[in-house]
Write a protein that binds this ligand. Structure first.
Ligand code: HEC
Ligand code: HEC
Ligand code: HEC
Ligand code: HEC
Ligand code: HEC
Length: 361
């Protein structure tokens, strides 16, 4: 009997290694205690979970990895980018063990998990992430996301008087963590900012929304997508879970806003209200020669931090890319205060109509 078990384990292990040979083997294959029996905890009974994660992962932008060439081997000036844009750079950053090898690869399973060295599917990052402005992001398993998805600038030292602006001015495409917890925008001293429930109430932060619906291959789970535009499919399961929008379930990701934020006379979906505010802000930024009409910052020295802050807030909302869903109140606050500042010099107030409409007359 014992003999048979050993033969079975041996055969299974050989099959496993053959299956593994289809891909480049990137992880350490030995478990801490050097045994192979532990392999079957994950590679037999729970195999479905691994396959499911794999299929979903193939539909993730992480797997597409258009920007994984941002690393020192491709171009030395990209070394600061690799900790977020490559597997090796991230592992070096979180383990402090120098990255080796002659080509850096895209984010994959072993970027966030280290099953073969830890023997579990636990995440490499467990502690709160300190954002560039010193504020801690502490939202359960979402800390692994925040390690990469945070602003690259500290607004308090980046947006100052006489700042030299260029076309790349802004927090970088990755400021979602700052937005979610309501920090890191340019905050006008005279304005009082607040945040939506999402900033504190969603226990696992990013994970609770982006990894909900783990049964679908192109949204939720390890795809981390909230929608499949081709199929017109939106992932609203996370929104409607118990304790969230379950008493009045959401039908889509553009739910009716609580007020007419963009002053156009109609209360529309959150996405549309935020787009309305962005349209208005860019009209004013363009008129002040701070950006062009598409919102691209103009290279120049900007005398006051309050003016540069309006550009920063425009980019902050654009680069967050959730159209206000991550933190509606904070998004509305930073756009309204920027618009009012550019109009009157006072971040508080309410224009007599939607700026983008008034100014096109
Ligand atoms: C805690 C769970 C876990 C344990 C235990 C485990 N693995 Fe894995 N293994 C994984 C995950 C996750 C992957 C990545 C799956 C994928 O790429 O789809 C993986 C991938 C592999 C691969 C493919 C390598 C690659 O780079 O894609 C091989 C081969 C493999 N494991 C062998 C083993 C062997 C042999 C053992 C026992 C010594 C073992 N595994 C134990 C979770 C585990
Ligand atoms: C190692 C750094 C890193 C980690 C960790 C990480 N991401 Fe990403 N993420 C990226 C990068 C880089 C991209 C863009 C890929 C590219 O352009 O090459 C991206 C893209 C995305 C996108 C797609 C955006 C689009 O363009 O549609 C989503 C959604 C996303 N990440 C969510 C998450 C979530 C949720 C987590 C946590 C489970 C997470 N990410 C963890 C670096 C990371
Ligand atoms: C703190 C982590 C981090 C660092 C450092 C970082 N990035 Fe990114 N970058 C991201 C994340 C996360 C995304 C994806 C965000 C999204 O898709 O919303 C991204 C997206 C991008 C994109 C794609 C934008 C798009 O819309 O397709 C480019 C280009 C890019 N980064 C270039 C760079 C370069 C160049 C550097 C180094 C000078 C760099 N990044 C450093 C996290 C980082
Ligand atoms: C960007 C980070 C990231 C990457 C890359 C990643 N995972 Fe995960 N994985 C997570 C997070 C976050 C969780 C949820 C952990 C939690 O809730 O505590 C998770 C959970 C899992 C689980 C447990 C599922 C469950 O619900 O219990 C499995 C299995 C898994 N991952 C396999 C994989 C495989 C296989 C790959 C590669 C195809 C992969 N992961 C890539 C972040 C990642
Ligand atoms: C309350 C639910 C929720 C939370 C929490 C959340 N997101 Fe999102 N996220 C969304 C929704 C909804 C969208 C917009 C999707 C759409 O409309 O296309 C989005 C959009 C994004 C995008 C742009 C994707 C794209 O296709 O353009 C990225 C990247 C992203 N989120 C990352 C994160 C990260 C990282 C965190 C944690 C710091 C996070 N999100 C927390 C719901 C959430």
């Amino acid at each position: 009997m014992k003999h048979l078990t050993i033969i079975l384990i041996g055969v299974a292990a050989i099959l496993l290694v053959i299956a593994g040979c289809e891909r480049e083997i990137t992880g350490d294959l030995k478990l801490a205690d050097n045994s192979s029996v532990g392999c079957f905890d994950c590679h037999s009974d729970s195999d479905v979970m691994l396959r499911q994660a794999r299929i979903q992962y193939e539909n993730s932008v992480h797997a597409v990895a258009d920007n994984s060439n941002r690393n020192r081997l491709y171009n030395s000036r990209y070394q600061s980018c690799e900790k977020c844009h490559t597997h090796q750079g991230f592992v070096e950053f979180v383990t402090a063990e120098p990255a080796t090898g002659d080509h850096f690869t895209a984010i994959e399973c072993f970027t966030c998990h280290a099953p073969h060295s830890s023997g579990s599917l636990g995440l490499r990052v467990q502690d709160p992430v300190i954002l560039e402005n010193g504020v801690a992001f502490d939202r359960g398993a979402g800390v692994v996301c925040a390690t990469c998805h945070h602003s690259r600038q500290d607004v308090t030292t980046y947006v100052v008087d006489s700042v030299s602006v260029n076309s790349r001015f802004g927090p970088h495409h990755s400021n979602q963590s700052d937005m979610v917890i309501g920090t890191g925008a340019y905050e006008y001293a005279a304005y009082s900012y607040s945040s939506s429930w999402h900033s504190t109430g969603v226990a696992d932060g990013c994970i609770s929304c982006h990894m909900s619906n783990s049964m679908h291959e192109s949204v939720g789970g390890h795809s981390w997508n909230m929608e499949n535009e081709d199929r017109g499919f939106e992932n609203i399961t996370g929104c409607n879970q118990t304790g969230c929008h379950d008493t009045s379930p959401l039908g889509d990701l553009n739910p009716l806003a609580s007020a007419d934020f963009d002053w156009d006379g109609t209360t529309e979906g959150v996405h549309d209200e935020i787009e309305g505010l962005l349209d208005s802000l860019v009209v004013l930024l363009d008129a002040a020669n701070l950006t062009d009409s598409t919102g691209r910052p103009i290279s120049r020295t900007v005398a006051s931090a309050d003016s540069a802050g309006a550009i920063y807030n425009f980019k902050f909302v654009e680069e967050d890319r959730s159209h206000g869903i991550h933190n509606t109140k904070y998004t509305v606050g930073m756009l309204q205060s920027s618009i009012n500042f550019l109009l009157t010099g006072n971040p508080n107030g309410a224009p007599s109509g939607k700026i983008a409409m008034i100014s096109s007359h």
